[in-house]
Design a protein around this ligand. Structure first.
Ligand code: MN
Length: 258
């Protein structure tokens, strides 16, 4: 049975201004999910569906009821109000509709025991939904002790190493314990949520992957790097998508039997 896997998307506004002298045209608004996420799920054997970030909590129960797995994609900063903080000046832009939708979505997915894989912002959303907090800006809050986690190199090129904890679920899924990863984040996990454990970190101590302690029941994991952009250059990154689809297959069997 092919598992249905929801992929979160972002809201984009087409800010292209009319040319001089041209009659103004309406700005287009659209949703966007990078094809790398969607193809990552598809290539691993899942049936991806893109989830529009609208309506807050209104439809999340129906959506998760039709899903066997959830991929939380990367994107803008999560509003720090979700972990009880006010924003600091170094915080980036937020998209309130997306935040509201995803926090409700993750809550519904957790209640239904749907496996979740979070990438970059997705890891951060997962951590906050489970009660953790974030560094709003690594440079401002960790300073010189931190590596540069915002690379300018191409997305599939690695920026720093991570040490994956041996014996961790993520390590088993990847089949590697020392990997080089790309890095496009300026935020990171500060306090780990109850129930999550660290499965990888970078040499400066920044948390780069997390997983659920109770993965036999519900399988939750996230990586801070953009595995979707590295899956074509490293089988260990592809394996993370395979792990999500495999967990979702188990959920699909249970959903069919229910
Ligand atoms: Mn990093």
């Amino acid at each position: 049975m092919t598992p249905v896997i929801g992929v979160t998307a972002t809201l984009k506004e087409d800010g292209e201004a009319p040319a001089p002298g041209e009659v103004s045209r309406p700005l287009g608004e659209y949703i966007r999910a990078d094809l790398d996420y969607v193809e990552g799920v598809f290539d691993a054997g899942g049936a991806p569906i893109v989830l529009p970030p609208i309506g807050g909590a209104r439809n999340v129960e129906s959506l998760v009821g039709a899903m066997d797995g959830l991929l939380l994609s990367g994107g803008s900063d999560l509003d720090p109000k979700y972990y009880g903080e006010a924003g600091i000046p170094e915080m980036g832009a937020t998209i309130p509709e997306r935040d509201e939708f995803e926090m409700a979505l993750v809550g519904a997915a957790l209640r239904r025991g749907i496996p979740i894989f979070g990438i970059c912002r997705g890891l951060q959303v997962l951590n906050v939904a489970l009660g953790g907090t974030l560094y709003q800006d690594i440079s401002a809050q960790l300073g010189d002790d931190a590596l540069s986690h915002r690379q300018t190199a191409l997305k599939f090129q690695p920026a720093h190493e991570v040490e994956v904890r041996s014996g961790s679920w993520v390590g088993e899924a990847m089949g590697e314990t020392g990997v080089k990863v790309n890095s496009y984040h300026h935020q990171a996990v500060k306090e780990l949520a109850p129930g999550l454990v660290v499965s990888a970190s970078s040499p400066d101590g920044v948390i780069e992957a997390v997983e659920s302690r109770d993965f036999s029941d519900q399988w939750l994991f996230g990586v801070q790097w953009h595995a979707e952009a590295m899956r074509t250059v490293g089988v260990e990154h592809r394996n993370l998508f395979a792990a999500l689809v495999s967990a979702a297959e188990n959920h699909a069997v249970r959903r069919a039997a229910a």
